[in-house]
Design a protein around this ligand. Structure first.
Ligand SMILES: Nc1ncnc2c1ncn2[C@@H]1O[C@H](COP(=O)(O)OP(=O)(O)OP(=O)(O)O)[C@@H](O)[C@H]1O
Ligand SMILES: [Mg+2]
Length: 367
């Protein structure tokens, strides 16, 4: 069983505490994505797993075996990096086969495995070409091919798609997801791209300054972030934050944003928030939870209506993002194509207060 367990992992470079007390269990066959802003320790953690860095403290267990004292090549992992250095004077076949030759796999076996990997990646017709005769995306596939021909027990990817243009990146993302389904191997994938994380992961591990801020299924983090940091990191365009106050409102609670704007909270949410009544909060609402009033089908009971003047219009084709000011914050609403024709129009929007989050402005934790 080739799951991965990290216990109490610490790694410093001089005074820089790059990774700090990481505990993580990744099940066999799981696709885990390490995500977080630049410098948060993603690559360091991956390099520790691979054995390219020695940990200062903690235990790394792969498939039930503690590997701390094992050399990288004995850990039997396959890695794909952002700068996938292919051998320039070897053709695609030789590049893919390189690791197998080094391990003295019989020639006939190598041929079969290279063929299978190349076909899986759609580069079966390119085996005789040199790297310089390939596009960026094709080169990336060769690098992935080199990793998958080895019967590695764990796959590690460090931003493998960041050198590709946006369209190729989308395509390769789909390929990698399919590859994971076909191979069924445990994969740990590093990215700072939240879309990549959301679409690929069985489990997202969001790092912040060397510490796990939150981990879980992508939708868990998206819908139930523990902090302002997590809420802001996931979602595009990002969640809106509006300074507000939590007030009593008859028998329930309401969120007051600036002068005279009061959004009642659904009664079932009031219990948990009761102790925060009378305090400042930050109201967090995703653009897709502020919609035009004419398109709100279905259940409307959690939707609270508000008049706003749209000051910026960003059409995307089917949808349209409209910006407006509320309590000193610039807020983005996801509208339909013809809800607003031009800036300056006043329209009614509906806030979904069931999905809104409230954040403590001091601790930045979600209440
Ligand atoms: N070899 C090194 N020597 C000194 N400091 C290092 C070294 N490698 C990384 N660091 C520092 O450790 C911290 C974590 O770096 P790391 O490369 O793990 O970040 P990352 O999350 O992969 O970022 P990015 O998204 O930019 O790749 C950073 O502050 C970085 O400057
Ligand atoms: Mg990195």
């Amino acid at each position: 069983m080739a799951g991965l367990r990290l216990q109490g992992i610490e790694k410093s470079y001089g005074a820089v505490h790059a990774v700090h007390g990481i505990d993580l269990d990744i099940a066999e066959g799981e696709f885990a994505v390490l995500v977080g802003p630049s410098g948060c320790g993603k690559s360091t953690l991956l390099r520790c797993i691979a054995g390219l860095e020695e940990v200062d403290a903690g235990t790394i267990t792969i498939g039930g075996e503690v590997v701390n004292d094992m050399r990288p090549r004995d850990r039997n992992l396959a890695m794909v990096f952002q700068n996938y250095a292919l051998y320039p004077y070897m053709n695609v076949r030789e590049n893919i086969a390189f690791g197998l030759k080094a391990r003295r796999v019989p020639k006939a076996e190598i041929e079969v495995r290279v063929r299978r990997a190349a076909d899986m990646l759609g580069i079966g017709t390119l085996l005789d070409r040199l790297p310089r005769q390939l596009s960026g995306g094709q080169r990336q596939r060769v690098a992935i091919g080199r990793a998958i021909v080895r019967d590695a027990r764990l796959f590690l990817f460090d931003e493998p798609l960041s050198n590709l243009d946006a369209q190729l990146r989308d395509e390769m993302r789909t390929e990698i997801k399919r590859l994971h389904q076909e191979l069924g191997k445990t994969m740990v994938y590093v990215t700072h791209d939240q879309i990549e994380a959301m679409t690929l992961a069985d489990r997202i591990v969001l790092l912040r300054e060397g510490v796990i801020e939150q981990e879980g299924a992508p939708l868990d983090l998206f819908e139930r972030p523990v902090s302002k940091f997590v809420a802001r990191f996931l979602g595009s365009p990002p969640i809106n934050f509006i300074p507000a106050r939590l007030d009593r409102d008859g028998s329930g609670l309401a969120v007051r944003c600036g002068e005279g704007t009061v959004f009642a909270l659904p009664p079932e949410r009031a219990g948990a928030l009761e102790s925060h009544a009378g305090r400042d909060v930050i109201l967090g609402v995703r653009p897709e939870h502020i919609t035009g009033s004419s398109h709100a089908g279905g259940r409307r009971e959690h939707l609270v209506s508000h008049q706003v003047t749209i000051d910026l219009v960003q059409p995307t084709g089917t949808r349209l993002y409209g910006a407006f000011a509320l309590a000193g914050a610039e807020v983005l609403a996801e509208l339909q194509a013809h809800d607003v024709e031009r800036p300056g129009e006043t329209i009614e929007v509906l806030f979904d207060m069931q999905r809104a989050i409230l954040i403590d402005p001091v601790t930045e934790r979600v209440l």
